[in-house]
Design a protein around this ligand. Sequence first.
Ligand SMILES: NC(=O)c1ccc[n+]([C@@H]2O[C@H](COP(=O)([O-])OP(=O)(O)OC[C@H]3O[C@@H](n4cnc5c(N)ncnc54)[C@H](OP(=O)(O)O)[C@@H]3O)[C@@H](O)[C@H]2O)c1
Ligand SMILES: *[C@@H]1O[C@H](CO)[C@@H](O)[C@H](O)[C@H]1NC(C)=O
Length: 398
Amino acid sequence: PVGIQTGVVLFWFKMKVSRILWLLCKKSGVRTQTVCTGVSTNQQHKQLSSTSAVYRYSTTSSISHCTALIYRKHGDPAQVVQSESMNLPNVGAKCVLVKILAAPINPSDINMIQGTYAILPDLPAVGGNEGVAQVLEVGSQVKALKPGDWVIPRDAGLGTWRTAAVLAEEDVISLPNDIPLLSAATLGVNPCTALRMLTDFEDLKPGDTVIQNAANSAVGQAVIQIAAAKGIQTINVVRDRPDFTTLIDRLKAMGASHVIKEETLRRPELKELFKSCPRPKLALNGVGGKSATELLRHVQVGGSIVTYGGMAKQPITVPVSALIFKNIKVQGFWVTQWKRNHSQDEGALRSMLDELCSLICQGKLTAPACSEVGLQDFGTALDKAMQPFTSAKQVLVM
Ligand SMILES: NC(=O)c1ccc[n+]([C@@H]2O[C@H](COP(=O)([O-])OP(=O)(O)OC[C@H]3O[C@@H](n4cnc5c(N)ncnc54)[C@H](OP(=O)(O)O)[C@@H]3O)[C@@H](O)[C@H]2O)c1
Ligand SMILES: *[C@@H]1O[C@H](CO)[C@@H](O)[C@H](O)[C@H]1NC(C)=O
């Protein structure tokens, strides 16, 4: 099974009082990830049989419990996610106690709750895969973090929709704490995806063109800004909506070269456009279905289409001619896989985050449009996150 955690050191017991008590297993020798998602109880027993002194120096932390958004079964997020109080374990020697400051609701979070995502934590699980937290306390063997530092998860599945957590130092990575909170909370997934896709598939030079659908998504907004910072032109495709001109203005203010409706992809206007800008070397597809096929038609000979999302839940049709006569490369990208591939290469993730933070500090990369929502209003936030045409990322603020 594709478990998304490699070592969870928590047992949970469902108490008669219908509260969940979380205990840190102090004898665990496994990689520590003190969240409730991940390995099955069986796995935990297996892993816990190897003992070590990792937690010998545990101290009593100043916070004894947190509020968490938990789901016990897969289904409609509105039905299955509930807010619960959860005890926090002591802070182990290699652990940190963090206060979660803000955590977004991304499509993959929704899919995980629905049970349709590629990786699923064992249940019960805390929702949320990204977010920014502030370190409150560190264990005696923690080397690189200190109280006050901001951290984000290194991998998916951490369960960020909660007020506080005890996490293994190795499961988080620090960020400068002078960037805007919403930028930090939304940095680890979407801007990383955008940067990698603009870097790893085609050798893009200033003046080159990238075309993308779902251009108003968080990924799309990051693509627009990162591309603009590199002098790369973007053709941004969005679905038509009543306030289309407002959206055009917003995306252009971010650096979008062109913003067009899905329908325009089939119109002669686009030929006109290609008189003034080169055909795209790279197409980024977050939608699938017809939208992807239409993007594909405009990619230059030998270029690539990279699929990273499937919001339309429709397969892609690739015209035979695109493969034979244009030799278009049809590929996919998954940032979680990239992070896992580079989990032993500290410098890779660090330098990607540095590059993004540097753009943030230069004012070239802002957070996607966000709606900040108090954790207690998670129901509304989950609803909104699933509505079309909202053009705002729901971010839970703790
Ligand atoms: N592969 C990876 O590593 C990776 C990393 C990050 C994100 N993703 C994926 O990228 C996609 C976007 O994520 P995000 O966080 O950037 O999204 P987001 O900010 O929540 O925005 C959602 C986007 O999807 C569009 N959309 C929703 N339903 C659609 C439909 N039926 N047909 C066409 N477009 C539709 C929305 O357009 P409207 O405004 O028109 O509704 C909006 O542009 C998701 O599929 C996500 O899972 C993948
Ligand atoms: C991860 O590594 C595998 C094996 O080297 C490689 O085939 C794959 O393309 C890599 N994926 C990403 C997203 O980096």
